[in-house]
Write a protein that binds this ligand. Structure first.
Ligand code: PGA
Length: 245
């Protein structure tokens, strides 16, 4: 596992975008695993800049998003579908048919989730998976638990996550309580994983992951230590409690 500590959010974002850009240049039909939340916004901004100013080409790139709230329509401004188009896809030359985001309105979720994993496999798997991390250590919506589900699935959000995500809604009651998420197995199948962590509120969970030589399903992101190609990029605030970097 490689760990980089950058000065601040913007340096972290530039570093992550640079890694993505290098991968896309080496493999123009790269399969990207993408994430939502506040953390990747700076990375997406930098990728948009690289596209506009340096001609970074997304025309062959394929993307699969990590998760989506269950019950929200794709055009709902709170949906992750909406987020992705607003913050990235509308500003680069990725083909719409190459974009995959779980549909929060499907009724036969089980079949749908199985097909989502199969679709990823059809493209040869995810080449680079971008991840944020929840304050409770979740990745995607794989929440801390005794057991973690391997494949893409419908899951209940924990109170911590509902509380953390309520900042994007008018009130906590409006936050959906379920989501479709790539499972921990689907994430671990990615060839390369890039986890970003920024800000003081992530320092504690990053220290729990990095200060001890253990993994636990109670901190799902700790399992990334078992992956052969995980890179963590943190800013100084997120790294502030980590000793064993
Ligand atoms: P954040 O969320 O980027 O908004 O902090 C990360 C996450 O919950 O995975």
């Amino acid at each position: 596992m490689q760990v980089f500590i950058e000065k601040d959010y913007s340096a972290m974002s530039e570093k992550a975008a640079q890694i993505f850009a290098n991968e896309i240049k080496q493999k123009p039909d790269l399969v990207l695993g993408l994430a939502t939340g506040s953390t990747p916004i700076g990375t997406y901004k930098e990728l948009i800049r690289m596209h506009k100013e340096e001609g970074l080409d997304f025309s062959k790139v394929v993307s699969f998003n990590l998760d989506e709230y269950y019950g929200l329509a794709p055009d709902n401004p709170q949906s992750y579908n909406y987020f992705m188009f607003e913050n990235l896809f509308n500003h680069i030359n990725i083909k719409k048919e190459n974009v995959h985001i779980p549909n929060g309105l499907v009724s036969d979720v089980e079949t749908y989730c199985k097909q989502y994993d199969e679709e990823i496999e059809k493209y040869g798997g995810i080449d680079v998976q971008l991840l944020g991390i929840g304050v409770n250590g979740h990745i995607g919506f794989n929440e801390p638990a005794e057991e973690l589900i391997l494949g893409t699935h419908l899951t209940d959000l924990t109170e911590d996550t509902i509380k953390a995500n309520s900042r994007f809604f008018d009130s906590p009651e409006q936050v959906p309580t379920k989501a479709i998420t790539l499972g921990i197995g689907s994430i671990m199948k990615a060839k390369k994983i890039l986890l970003l962590a920024s800000g003081k509120n992530k320092a504690e969970v990053m220290a729990k992951i990095l200060n001890r030589d253990v993994v636990t399903t109670k901190i799902p992101a700790s399992l990334l230590k078992l992956h052969p190609d995980t890179t963590i990029i943190m800013d100084e605030e997120a790294a502030s409690l980590s000793s064993n970097k």
